[in-house]
Design a protein around this ligand. Structure first.
Ligand code: ADP
Ligand code: ZN
Length: 613
């Protein structure tokens, strides 16, 4: 059965035909916000610029119109590694999809080119440099083109994070194919990038769709306890919330990645390292296992993730700070692309902040750029220390207004207690001042606590009035005071002077006794017994067996067709299958993700498993 034949050409409006494709081919019940408008505009021949967050459902925006319009939809994507999975997934739905790239043999390429000319392709994925070859442009002229989709369109922007010069050349498409509608898509929202996309790709007349960048299914958690025991805390979190589920743990350094991978492996989880120091074969293998096996955790430096489209990543954890709010949003955004609940968990310490400052200062960038990077870092520290809704601050950073409480961040779920630490803050500031702004946090705490270290005595700091005035406050609490003073910008670690702590203007009112200092209280780890879950969170105990049986079936089918499990069907489909327990193909058609072709292929196997439970 061909997906295209499931769309009835005689059905009235563009949107109706698009909805037919959505139901019958993809097995989904309705378009998400913006998808309908985008699809309708494209089918009507209009150019579109679509800004949607990761997981927002960008692919359907051009895949559906490619089936509804006559001809082939041409998709330009820089992510060659992803093409295979996308094409596999589409084929399982009966869509005639293929890609052209350098991994294919020449005869293979010729065959695909012929299919294009014969009108036997619904979708063709190509890399930008390939599209710009005269050969392919000529072929396209000889074929019927339904639309051109420019995925990851921010690559055209020099301000963005992944500038690709070949994207600039894509502007000639408007001249060479003036009657083919184009859609540019990106998950990068800032105004500057958007402007550049419009200018560089000649999309001045395009209909613009800007979705909210909120990711409502992601729960944000930044437990505030410094770095001590961070791995153990993360382990407890993963054990309690993510048994058997896939996730990513980001670390700053390769050494940490290796240690974390070993640590979690020792706890009985499959946890694989990924960083630039591993050879390419090992990296590829670990990435492949992450995609193909269920429940794999990857411990990685930030090098991991770009171009990974796995929809069922259930958590993203940071054991170190990312370098900006943008990076945090992007990295956490890799969780829960399928819309199912997911967690973003992060812990951080002042030494992360100091390390970054050092890197920025030592870096090759100009003064202006360094200042921007410092500000970005401060923005992130601010997000960590805020006591109000994190989602509000996160989206506010991108200029989007969100009125909390969101009910799905740690601050909303468990509002932090603030305590008055004016006295401690003042003592900390005078310790910095009295010792000449020349020492790091560790030393300052020793002075405050009145430790008789040789260094302190040699420096004569045991004679200072601040010596020993902080005996009553334990060391971790002092660290928190310093960290939060840094977060407010009252002090900073001067990386040009070995991280010695310096005062800023902001601390003056506090030192003079004109301002108070309230900060998050470090709550003792919640003693409340968490309900331990044996299987994924969405499953009731009585459904656990069926859930596992369906996962097993999915793994087997995936192995048979050599595709990742999520290509066979998504977690959301399993949730729906377990809830509805369909008994026949008609009932199966009501389950999300089960369109006609999928039912034809997998229906019997799925129904048999359900009947057995
Ligand atoms: P993006 O490319 O924007 O990150 P995708 O196109 O990969 O997002 O879509 C994310 C997930 O949402 C996919 O699993 C996709 O099948 C699903 N999805 C998209 N649109 C819908 C819809 N209208 N109904 C149900 N699921 C959808
Ligand atoms: Zn919130």
């Amino acid at each position: 059965m061909l997906a295209r034949d499931l769309v009835d050409a005689n059905t009235g409006g563009a949107l109706e035909r698009a909805e037919q494709a959505l139901h019958r081919v993809w097995g989904y019940s309705a378009f998400r916000s913006h998808q309908a408008g985008i699809v309708e505009a494209l089918i009507g021949g209009q150019d579109v610029l679509a800004l949607m967050p990761t997981g927002g459902g960008k692919s359907l925006c051009y895949q559906v119109p490619s089936l509804v319009r006559p001809g082939t939809g041409v998709v330009v994507s820089p992510l060659i590694a992803l093409m295979q999975d996308q094409v596999d997934a589409l084929r399982l739905l009966g869509v005639r999809a293929n890609f052209l790239n350098s991994t294919q043999s020449l005869p293979e390429q010729r065959e695909i080119e012929k299919a294009l000319l014969d009108g036997a392709l619904d979708l063709l994925y190509v890399a930008p440099e390939r599209l710009m070859t005269e050969r392919l442009l000529e072929l396209l002229h000889g074929s019927q083109i339904a639309l051109v989709a420019l995925d990851e369109a921010h690559c055209v922007s020099q301000w963005g994070h992944d500038f690709r010069p070949e994207y600039r050349k894509l502007s000639i498409l408007a001249e060479r194919f003036p009657h083919v509608p184009r859609i540019a898509l990106t998950a990068t929202a800032d105004a500057r990038t958007r402007q550049e996309i419009v200018e560089q790709l000649g999309l001045g007349k395009a209909a613009q769709f800007v979705a909210s960048f909120d990711r409502p299914n992601i729960r944000y958690m930044i437990p505030d306890s410094g770095s001590a025991g961070a791995r153990d805390r993360l382990w407890r979190f993963i054990r309690d919330e993510h048994e058997g589920e896939a996730g990513i743990i980001y670390c700053l350094r390769r050494r940490d990645v290796e240690e974390v991978a070993e640590f979690f492996a020792a706890k009985g989880r499959t946890c694989l390292p990924y960083h630039a120091g591993l050879d390419a074969a090992m990296r590829r293998q670990n990435q492949q296992r992450f995609l193909r096996e269920e429940g794999v955790i990857v411990a990685a430096t930030i090098a991991f993730g770009m171009g990974i489209d796995k929809p069922d990543v259930r958590f993203v954890a940071h054991l170190n700070l990312p370098k900006s709010v943008e990076a945090y949003y992007q990295e956490t955004g890799r969780a829960g692309r399928d819309g199912e609940p997911a967690n973003a968990w992060m812990t951080y310490s002042l030494s992360d902040v100091t390390t970054y400052r050092q890197w920025i200062t030592d870096g090759q960038a100009g003064e202006q750029q360094k200042r921007i990077e410092m500000q970005k870092l401060d923005g992130l520290v601010g997000l960590c220390e805020v006591t109000s809704c994190r989602r509000e601050v996160l989206l506010g950073y991108f200029g989007e207004r969100f009125n909390g409480p969101c009910g799905a961040c740690d601050n909303c779920l468990d509002p932090p207690i603030t305590v008055d630490r004016t006295e401690a803050a003042r003592k900390a500031l005078s310790a910095i001042y009295r010792t000449g702004e020349r020492f790091g946090v560790g030393y300052l705490i020793q002075v405050l606590q009145g430790k008789d270290e040789t260094r302190i005595v040699q420096n004569g700091h045991d004679k200072l009035a601040v010596y020993g005035i902080g005996k009553d406050v334990p060391e971790p609490e002092w660290r928190r005071v310093f960290r939060q003073l840094a977060a407010r910008g009252a002090i900073f670690a001067d990386v040009e002077n070995h991280g010695s702590i310096k005062l800023t203007e902001i601390c003056r009112p506090l030192l003079r006794g004109e301002a108070n200092f309230a900060m998050r209280a470090d709550k003792p780890a919640a003693k409340k017994e968490r309900k331990k879950r044996d299987v994924a969170p969405k499953v009731k105990p009585e459904d656990a067996e069926l859930w596992e049986a369906l996962r097993t079936l999915r793994s087997r089918l995936a192995a048979e067709s050599d595709v990742p499990p999520y290509v066979v069907f998504h977690d959301r489909s399993i949730v729906d299958l377990v809830a509805k327990r369909p008994r026949n193909t008609a009932e199966l058609a009501e389950v999300t993700g089960f369109g006609s072709v999928r039912i034809e292929r997998l229906g019997e196997a799925v129904l048999t498993v359900i009947a057995a439970h």
